[in-house]
Design a protein around this ligand. Sequence first.
Ligand SMILES: Cc1cc2nc3c(=O)[nH]c(=O)nc-3n(C[C@H](O)[C@H](O)[C@H](O)COP(=O)(O)OP(=O)(O)OC[C@H]3O[C@@H](n4cnc5c(N)ncnc54)[C@H](O)[C@@H]3O)c2cc1C
Length: 389
Amino acid sequence: MELFYSDADLAFRDEVRSYLDDALPEDISGTFFGYGRHSWHQMIRWHKILADKGWVAPNWPEDHGGTGWSPMQQYIFDSEAMMAGAPRLRPFGLKMIGPVLIRFGSEAQKKRFLPRILSADDYWCQGFSEPGAGSDLAALKTRAVWDGDAYVVNGQKTWTTTAQHADWMFTLVRTDPDAERPQQGISMLLIPLDSPGVTVRPIITIDGDHHVNEVFLEDVRVPADLLVGEENRGWTYAKYLLGNERVSIANVGQSKAELALLKRLAANRKRGNVALIDDPVFGMKLADLEADFLAQEVTNLRMLSQVRPGQDVGALSSFLKLRGSEIQQRIQELAMEATGALAAPWREADRPRTDDYGMHGWLNSRAFTIFGGSSEVMKNIVAKQILGF
Ligand SMILES: Cc1cc2nc3c(=O)[nH]c(=O)nc-3n(C[C@H](O)[C@H](O)[C@H](O)COP(=O)(O)OP(=O)(O)OC[C@H]3O[C@@H](n4cnc5c(N)ncnc54)[C@H](O)[C@@H]3O)c2cc1C
């Protein structure tokens, strides 16, 4: 990939590397297979360090605290940070609701929320999915009824990642059940999670961790100034947000770091007398994966460099998410194969975190082709909107 870097890009990469050398504390650095292996507190610490430097929201316009970097520079920063073992920042404020507020929010909302997203004083979660409304999100039933001075919200959200840590939830609610199309009766509300009537319950996923939750909303009062944009236009804002979410899930920088880790692992493990990386069967799988990763990396850059800041990435994001999540799963599969029998005892109690490869990452990665839109749904979107079927 370095072949594609200009001299200016290389100089920028050196600047980023030297910053990471100085600024990334050793006790929070480490590359792991799978998401979320840095603790919440380590992630917040790194967020605040980047915020002090002014580098926490490279994708935001400069007048709101962005860096003014090109897509190539943003990618260089992301991949260098992942290669250096920096915690991966959660996307909910920085990549999801932040850009929505910048584009569609009121001036008061921008003033109130954006600085607190940058500083990590507020953390956000995404309350879109419901039991019965995942792929078919427009079927959502959570109801918001206007009652004099506030919306009264009743319903249930599910799979709400990090709701147990978050201060706020951006939420899709039904405000017009009689709209001609279900998409036309949906609004976006910002809900403080400490509101009376909000209950957060954990869901433990197959990797044994607590990433996601159910969120119950019972007569929760939400004042009018927490409506994003116009009533019944929430679907438009949600589509813009999901585009940014899908690009973020494609997560090319993390795949690059994990692929490097996988190669180190394969070089140090033996199959018979041969290092695993020199075993023809394993080597072929690794080469195949790396070729697909390089194609993904170049495609990602080629496509993102055509998108202007703030522009809707549209169906392109579905393509990047589809390929990116599949590649991440293949990395986890090979990591588990490389680890062999040692893959099983992945819990921290069993061995040190830095050796955390194998089964945990693999189990964790099962969800990559589901969240943010399943692969089947991404293929439908690509077929319809890019290939024109
Ligand atoms: C770990 C994890 C974290 C998540 N985090 C969040 C979060 O923070 N906030 C949030 O709002 N949501 C979150 N989600 C929810 C996620 O977006 C949904 O799970 C996803 O959209 C799929 O919806 P579903 O689970 O209801 O499955 P369903 O929609 O019921 O799909 C079931 C199966 O049917 C297939 N299918 C559905 N429709 C079609 C179709 N039209 N054509 C072909 N195949 C189809 C799907 O591909 C899938 O295989 C998370 C999910 C997971 C697993």
